[in-house]
Design a protein around this ligand. Structure first.
Ligand SMILES: [Ca+2]
Length: 273
């Protein structure tokens, strides 16, 4: 009876070990491409402005977002060469003149409203009562599309801009499709430029080289937004978790499972007497 019981115990532990090994091998190779990786992104949760060049006024990231100073003009740029794909960001409008975000700029030169002088930009204006997509070429402005909206100071907008290889733009504001336009005048980009007047902020910038959004916000359910910093809750999604962190987490779990499986397989067997 003792011998039978010992044999049964060994075979059960072997089954458990093989199962754990199988699980470990499966978990060690997570399916690739589950989430699209941005070409570049910044959520400022590291509290710094690394990668940015402030070329007028001031900005701070101590609130874990890119907060404009209160100068009349505040400009900053980040390298960005994407010309077809998707640009996402959260922007807080907190001054009557309103901010502008140039997502495809070939230069950081220009003055005031004509800076950057060659770019496509989204301009949110409480003063004008609209949100518009502009094209600037050598400082000359033209409106590609827009809509009227009363903007209360302090309002936070979730903006998604897409542009395909035919120059077709689509703009979603807070999940609603608002602007459709076509422009092929500018086909290169060197910078992403933010322009603020007397305050406001931008956060959760993500730039992709392919279009993910075609029907509104459905793809937004898997992305991050501001949930934990300074008590400002602007969405229900989880805080940003990089794909790399998920991969490392899965890898660590897989290694632990493999080790446990190996220990069970290789442990000293009971010798029948
Ligand atoms: Ca942030």
């Amino acid at each position: 009876m003792v011998s039978m019981k010992t044999k049964w115990t060994i075979s059960l532990s072997t089954i458990v070990a093989l199962s754990l090994l199988f699980l470990g091998l499966c978990w060690g190779f997570p399916s690739a491409g589950a989430m699209q990786t941005p070409v570049w992104s910044d959520n400022f949760n590291d509290g710094n402005l690394d990668g940015w060049t402030v070329f007028e006024g001031s900005f701070s990231a101590t609130t874990l977002r890119m907060e404009s100073g209160t100068d009349l003009w505040n400009f900053a740029s980040h390298p960005s060469t994407v010309t077809t794909g998707e640009w996402r960001f959260t922007v807080c409008v907190d001054a009557i003149a309103g901010p502008a975000v140039a997502f495809m700029a070939t230069t950081t030169s220009g003055v005031g409203l004509a800076c950057p002088s060659t770019c496509y930009l989204i301009f949110l204006s409480p003063h004008g009562g609209w949100i518009r997509l502009y094209k600037l070429e050598s400082g000359s402005q033209s409106i590609l599309g827009g809509y009227d909206i009363d903007i209360v100071l302090g309002t936070v907008f979730e903006v998604i801009v897409t542009r395909d290889s035919n120059g077709q733009f689509n703009v979603w504001i807070d999940g609603t499709h608002r602007i459709s336009a076509v422009s092929t005048n500018i086909e290169s980009s060197s910078y992403f430029v933010v322009r603020f007047h007397e305050g406001g902020y931008i956060d959760n910038i993500r730039v992709y080289d392919e279009i993910l959004t075609t029907t509104g916000t459905e793809t937004e359910t898997t992305t991050d937004t501001t949930t934990t910093e300074d008590g400002t809750f602007t969405g229900w999604q989880l805080p940003p978790l990089p794909v790399e962190a998920i991969g490392i987490g899965i890898g660590v779990v897989a290694i632990i499972i493999l080790i446990v499986g190996l220990v069970l397989l290789l442990r000293p067997k009971k010798i029948e007497s």
